[in-house]
Design a protein around this ligand. Sequence first.
Ligand code: KIV
Length: 270
Amino acid sequence: MPTVRDLKTKAGNEPITMLTAYDAPTAAIIDEAGTDIILVGDSLGNTSLGYETTLPVTVDDMARHTAAVARATDDALVVADMPFLSIGVDESASVENAGRMIKEADAHAVKLECGPHTVDLTEKLVQLGIPVMAHLGLTPQHVNQYGGYPRQGTDQEAAERILELAEAHADAGAFSLVLEHVPANLAADVTQALETPTIGIGAGPDCDGQVLVIDDVVGLSEWSPSFSKQFGNVRAEMESAVDDYVSAVESGEFPAEEHSHEEADLEELY
Ligand code: KIV
């Protein structure tokens, strides 16, 4: 398993790879492919729980899915996302919720959607032994403030605010910084300015690593953002398999002889 320290060494040499996962079989596939980090994102809400946004996702949801991912992962670093309002309201509740991901769900680190309110919390968690990945730029838990999921850091003032927040979280001890949906040149500047590795999503090629949502990568999502790339078509495969199953049951073709057995000694019951 790469430690948070290994990631720092890797940054700048070889790109860091990160993907989301929400269940054990998917985590096993991602882990066996040699992915550095598996993020149990609160995108769980959209991908797997049928919500429109990530806001309804609970700490219990995250703990259960993180534990499933951790059980199936041998090598990758497992990072649990902290869901909406589970951190930042009250320090002791934030520490307790983040602690659950480590103690109960076996994550190695937590990810926080960050703002000025998470700098001190990052320092506290790191002091307590909970490694923190800081998420900056587009933070989807602010959907109601944004009115959607717009690109962030597009003017000078906003770009400077993102750089300052990145510096503050790096100084507070965050081991990596996710930069979401920001201009590539801003992400390149943040990456240049800081030793803490950056992991981009919709942030151009110059970050130390890249992350995408697994459903987008394998082609399972109904919709995916323009900065994502589909590398497979699992939805089409599933649709075809399910159609074939329904037809086979309806036609009587399934189950066939090889899927059933008869007990010769069993007497007729009626
Ligand atoms: O929840 C998530 O999947 C994320 C990634 C997109 C970075 O936050």
